[in-house]
Design a binder for this molecule. Sequence first.
Ligand SMILES: [Zn+2]
Length: 208
Amino acid sequence: MTISTLQKNINERLDEHYEEMVEIRRHLHMNPELSFQEEETAAFIANYYDTLHIPTHTQVGGHGVLAFIEGAAPGPTIALRADFDALPIHDEKEVPYRSTKPGVMHACGHDGHTATLLVLAKILHAHRDQLKGKIVLIHQHAEEYAPGGAKPMIEDGCLDGVDVIFGTHLWSSEPCGAVLYKSGNFMAAPTAFLFRSKEKADTAPSLT
Ligand SMILES: [Zn+2]
């Protein structure tokens, strides 16, 4: 595969912005918010775009945020999606960027998804005079609870006019630098279940 000059430039700019990605990721890691409570994270995302003068729609289907990059020439509309909620898990590690909220932690990597999408958007925006088509940045709230934030965001129009969408998920069991990919539906069948102890089976809450 040959890499175009544009791709090469974008890759080089991404490398140059690695430290910014780390900085954003650690800020989010220190300030996690649970599903449907992500007000500060949504404001952080929208503010990042505001400072770059990239237009946004906020409160899309809840705390969802959309941003839009318009290429110079006509072409397809491509959506890039990242989620930004955290989990009710206590952060036990000893690092400077440990969660500041007891019992809440970015334990699923959504801080990393958000940091990479924001910086990628910044780089793509800087190259918009060379892009064909439009890019929609979709920041989805409430991924952790089915059906979560996806459904209300779609009902609110986040996929209207979108020709193709890409999403990623960090996967810590794979070696650093490896990218696994698949087209079509993927990781899209969440199920909830409860464990009940035998003694407490009569009083445990029901899922239905
Ligand atoms: Zn996740």
